[in-house]
Design a protein around this ligand. Structure first.
Ligand code: G3H
Ligand code: 13P
Ligand code: ZN
Length: 315
C-alpha cells in the first residue's frame, strides 16, 4: 500500500485486456467516492489532478488526502497530473507528490510538441516520474464531419510512432473521436478503432511492444445522472457521451488508461441536487455531500465493471 507510479498498472492492464480508470479529483468527497468504489471492486486506480484542481485543493492538502485514501483502503494509488501545460506546472505537480505527469503539447505544432515533451520526459524521468504525452487534437465528432477535417485532428499513426521514438514518453494520449465535456456526439457515437489498431501495429513493429495508449474525454455522460440533475432543477440537454461498450472494446485493445471527469461532476451534482430538493430543511453539508459521495461511488463501480473491465486488478 503506497503511492506508486502508473508503470506496472498500465503494463498489467495491457496484458489483461482492461483499462485503469484515471479519475479526476477536486475535493475529499470525490476522492473517497472513487477510492471506496475501487476498494469494493478490488480495482487498480489512478487519481488525477488538473492544474485548476491542484489550485482548488491546495498544494498542502493534495498528497495528505491521497495518503489518507491509501491508509483507509490499504491500496496502491497512482497520483497523476492531468493536462500539464508547461514545465513549471510539471515541476509543481512532482513537488506535490505526483508520480506520473501528463504534458499536453497537443496544441503545438509537431516539432514543438516533440521538443517540449522531451524536455518534460528528461526532467520527470530523472526524478522517477513517468510521462504521458498527447498527439492529435480531441474534437467532437459530428454527423457532417468531413474526412480532411477528421484527419487534421485525429492522431496520425506515422507521426505517433515518430513522436514516441523521439520523445521517450511512457504513454500516449491519442485522438480517435472522444472529446472533453458532456457534449461529445450529435447523432451516433463513433470511435476510430481502425486508427487505434494501426497506431498499435506500427508501434509494435518498431519494437514498442505493449505500448500503453490513453483515452481522454471518455465519460459516458451517464443518462441516469443527467436525468436526476434535470429532475431536480438543472438544465442539461443534448448531452451525449461515450457508449460503455465502445470503451470496453478500446480497453480490450491497447487503451490502458481511460480518463473520466464529466461523469464524476454529473454524479456529484445529481447527488447534491437530489438531496437538497428532497430535504429542503437540511443545511448540513454532510447530508448532501455524503449523498453525492455515495452516488458517485455507485457510478464509479459501474464504470469499473462495465467500461474498464478492471475488477480484481488490484494485487
Ligand atoms: O480534461 C480536463 C479535466 O476535465 C479537468 O478539467 O481543468 O476544469 O479541472 P479542469
Ligand atoms: P471527460 O470530460 O469525458 O470526463 O474527460 C476527462 C478527461 O479527459 C480528463 O483529462
Ligand atoms: Zn483530458
Amino acid at each position: 500500500m503506497a503511492l506508486v507510479t502508473t508503470t506496472e498498472m498500465l503494463k498489467k492492464a495491457y496484458e489483461g485486456g482492461y483499462a485503469i480508470g484515471a479519475f479526476n479529483i477536486n475535493n475529499m468527497e470525490i476522492i473517497q467516492g472513487i477510492i471506496r468504489a475501487c476498494k469494493a471492486q478490488n480495482s487498480a486506480v489512478i487519481l488525477q489532478v488538473s492544474k485548476g484542481a491542484l489550485k482548488y485543493i491546495g498544494r498542502d492538502y493534495l498528497k495528505p488526502m491521497v495518503m489518507a485514501a491509501i491508509a483507509e483502503t490499504g491500496m496502491d494509488v497512482a497520483l497523476h497530473l492531468d493536462h500539464g501545460s508547461d514545465l513549471e506546472t510539471i515541476k509543481e505537480a512532482i513537488e506535490c507528490g505526483c508520480t506520473s505527469v501528463m504534458f499536453d503539447g497537443s496544441h503545438y505544432d509537431f516539432e514543438t510538441n516533440i521538443a517540449k515533451t522531451k524536455e518534460v520526459v528528461e526532467y520527470a524521468h530523472a526524478r522517477g516520474v513517468v510521462v504521458e504525452a498527447e498527439l492529435g487534437r480531441l474534437a467532437g465528432v459530428e454527423d457532417d464531419v468531413n474526412v480532411s477535417k477528421e484527419d487534421a485532428t485525429y492522431t496520425d499513426p506515422d507521426e505517433a510512432l515518430e513522436f514516441v521514438k523521439r520523445t521517450g514518453a511512457d504513454s500516449l494520449a491519442i485522438a480517435i473521436g472522444t472529446s472533453h465535456g458532456a457534449y461529445k456526439f450529435k447523432g451516433e457515437a463513433k470511435l476510430d478503432f481502425k486508427r487505434l489498431e494501426t497506431i498499435t501495429k506500427k508501434l509494435e513493429e518498431a519494437g514498442f511492444k505493449n505500448y500503453p495508449i490513453v483515452l481522454h474525454g471518455a465519460s459516458s455522460v451517464d443518462v441516469k445522472s443527467v436525468e436526476i440533475c434535470n429532475e431536480f432543477g438543472a438544465s442539461i440537454s443534448g448531452a451525449k457521451g461515450m457508449p460503455v461498450e465502445m470503451l470496453r472494446h478500446a480497453a480490450s485493445l491497447a487503451v490502458c488508461k481511460i480518463n473520466i471527469d464529466t461523469d464524476l461532476r454529473l454524479a456529484m451534482t445529481a447527488g447534491i441536487r437530489k438531496h437538497l430538493a428532497e430535504n429542503p430543511k437540511d443545511f448540513d453539508p454532510r447530508g448532501y455531500l455524503g449523498n453525492a459521495r455515495t452516488y458517485l461511488q455507485e457510478i464509479v463501480e459501474a464504470k469499473i465493471i462495465h467500461a474498464l473491465g478492471s475488477v480484481n486488478s488490484m494485487q
